[in-house]
Design a protein around this ligand. Structure first.
Ligand code: GDP
Length: 300
């Protein structure tokens, strides 16, 4: 069994390859939920949805969010009515958000809701939200402290970030299911996700770091030079006091990681790292990288 820590783009690209080279029942994924947001009365969990749709075979892999060939009738209608919905939500995607919101209002745990959807979608992998505690990543900007989605989607990442803050009523705790998955794993893989908004929120949940202590932990860098492959990781790293490079990523995971993987093209040197082609420009590349990481994991 391998447990992966995932956000909603970089690690899912790796998981796309992993599901082809591993027994799918041997894959557990602990997914970031600090980007979750309520919109139009419904509960969006962007990273959970992406991972679940990927394994269900319905993910739009052009954008890495939403359902492939979804329609946007409800979103268009809401917008036509003059109401703001700053994330374009597809109709099938929205059905999941509506159902999840109702289940949460009924007091169900996010872990059980996710399991329910995964069963409905025929997902064979073990998909786990990092916590059942609601926690939100906010960024400090000239507009005040705003939700990460408002920064990245509504403002298109065009405003300066001064700080990154995690907000929750009670300190987030890893679930029993997350701890069991890590304990049952030989290896934990931190995929090439955003260290600040996707991976750190998972690691901040109480219990997981202790569970990872005796595991062989592999991390893949999302940076090539001082640029992430996609998204706002550089701005978030700088605002959190880290260099926006693979070296900064390695520093962010200091004391947790046993093996650090960076891209063959990366001009930044991280001591003792392994160099692989990590640019997953298509399914073939994801499979190739997955195979190599699996070899490294099995060598341990
Ligand atoms: P988010 O939740 O949508 O932000 O997604 P993640 O945190 O899972 O992934 C975002 C990170 O994935 C970005 O920092 C990218 O640099 C990284 N990324 C995306 N595609 C690739 C890829 O093919 N290779 C590598 N190494 N990193 C990637």
């Amino acid at each position: 069994m391998i447990t992966f820590l995932s956000g909603g783009t970089g690690t899912p690209k790796l998981l796309r390859g992993m599901q082809k080279v591993m027994d799918r029942h041997e894959i557990s994924v602990v997914v970031n939920t600090a980007e979750d947001i309520w919109i139009s009365g419904n509960h969006i969990s962007p990273d959970l949805d992406t991972v679940m749709y990927l394994f269900a075979g319905v993910l739009n892999t052009d954008t890495w969010w939403g359902v492939r060939n979804d329609t946007f009738t409800t979103h268009d209608e809401i917008t036509w009515m003059g109401l703001e919905e700053f994330i374009a939500i597809g109709d099938r995607d929205r059905a999941v958000h509506i159902a999840r919101a109702n289940m949460l209002r009924d007091g169900m745990r996010l872990t059980n809701i996710t399991k329910y959807f995964c069963d409905r979608f025929g997902v064979r992998e073990n998909v786990l939200p990092m916590s059942d505690t609601e926690v939100t990543t906010r960024v400090k900007t000239e507009l005040g402290l705003i939700h990460y989605q408002e920064y990245w989607v509504r403002s298109k990442g065009k405003i300066q970030i001064e700080d990154v803050v995690r907000c929750s009523k009670t300190p987030p705790a890893s679930t029993e299911e997350v701890i069991q998955a890590v304990e049952a794993s030989d290896v934990v893989v931190i995929g090439p996700s955003n260290p600040i908004t996707s991976i750190t929120p998972i690691l901040e949940c109480s219990g997981i770091k202790e569970a990872m202590k005796d595991k062989f932990v592999i991390a893949v860098s999302p940076f090539v030079g001082n640029t992430p492959v996609s998204g706002p990781a550089a701005e978030l790293m700088k605002a959190s006091g880290f260099e926006a490079t693979s070296a900064g990523t390695a520093a962010c995971y200091k004391d947790i990681v046993d093996l650090f993987i960076q891209d063959i093209r990366d001009p930044v040197e991280v001591k003792d790292s392994i160099r692989l082609d990590t640019l997953m420009i298509g399914e073939e590349k994801s499979i190739e990288l997955a195979e190599k990481i699996l070899q490294l994991a099995n060598r341990n």
